[in-house]
Write a new protein. Sequence first.
Length: 510
Amino acid sequence: MKKKVLVFCFTVLATVSLMAQNIISNAVQKAVNGLAASPSLAVRLDVVVSDITLNGTQDMTTEASRELRDKVEEHALKNPMFNVLKTRGKRIPDNPSTGIISGTYSIIGNNVEGYLELSRGNRLLAKESFIIPSSEFKNIALLPVGTKTQEEAKKQDQAIAVTTGTVSQPIQETAVKQEPNLPNTIPNTPAANNTSQGINIEAWFDSQLGNRLYMHREPLELTVVADRDCYFKVYTISANKEPPVLRYPNTADKDNKLYANRPRTIFERAKYMLYKPYGIETIWIVASSNQFENIEKEYITPWSADTIRTTLRGGTRGELEMSNKSQPFSGFGNVRYSINILEPHEEYEFGKPDNMAAFVNSMRSDTARQGGEFNIGSNDKSGYSIVNNIRVSYRIPGEAPDKIEFAYYKLKDLANGRNVNVQTRGGSTAHSFEIDKPRNLTQTIQTVRSSIESKGGVFQGNEQQGNFKASGIEGQYRVSEKVNVTITDKPVLVPNSLIEKEVRNYFGGR
């Protein structure tokens, strides 16, 4: 009887989940078919599906952005009026005959209200809307990490725009480059008064999830192109609004020359890995027809807000003032993009393993044993593994070299909405070990309790026995001549040796 009840409950849950997916899918399908039925579309059109961004921002994307974009692409592929060009993470073709399906969405009351646009060149061919109850986005984030309302997200985007001197533009894959309206702009320079001399620079991105969504310990893969010969820099502004930091060029690759209309992929010699803080990170690209002065200093010195004007204009104040008297200043360009570093489903921190080489080998072996994939680029500083639809990444933080961080992403959750069947636990095989009995057991138990509870864990026990749960570790202990510990559960792929070390630290034992 119990088995029948469980099967019935599972069937109901699966049906409810499928109905939610159908409601989203049906609403998007209706909008896509509406675009295809436009009188402006007389023949089959090559199209690319661009990002679906949060309305009121330049280009912020979220988990909901990816869900909506995937549905748009799915139904565009089925519609006979569209020939969908697969360009996820790649540059949209510079072909005026290629159409672009783009969109925005807003959170209004209890609904998600969105618009899709079909354009070709500078011409808007069609526009359609859709409305979906917010409740149908089962645990799919509608807002960027760190924001609770759409207004907060807009303010975050506006703050970034002020910092970088860029402005919000209509929906498109790449923001339009425009002379920033900066206070106290140096007057009478060709750069300030002749925007036709501006350099058009753009970038496109490639991420595992698409839609400029990234995970912990994922490299930023970036390709840049400009319409004129120039030099360029790439800055990042983290989600916690720290001052911009120069990421390219750097000590590993100092070549920041771009040739007209010749794309360049960067961060190939030295990978730029994405970690905390989670949320919206801004990629700010600045171009100049002249090489930037003293650029080597920025390799090790954080960018200063005092230099924003000269950074945007590609040189020093003295160079700009001289441009009226001698060689004309021939141009600049700048553009910004938002990427979204998704918060992990679970995250843990332990003491750094004594032997990182042994730790990496243990994780590699455990991954292979479970039929997973251990990333070839993993090393004793950072890496990741994928096993049973779980992506487990690790790294030694530069700010805490005695620690090791683990971040867990449920890939099925990211791809298909929340999936309760995806597990991040380490299995039911118990691991037991002994710790020397402390001299002052009462004091030790109090210390263990305080340490575990300070991490948000639970401790229940006394001088004879007890159990505990902290940092993804669950276990129990019994005191005799020794403290006998049994670990009953732990995060997947975390070696027993690391768990044992962590628990020994709790009890002050070896």
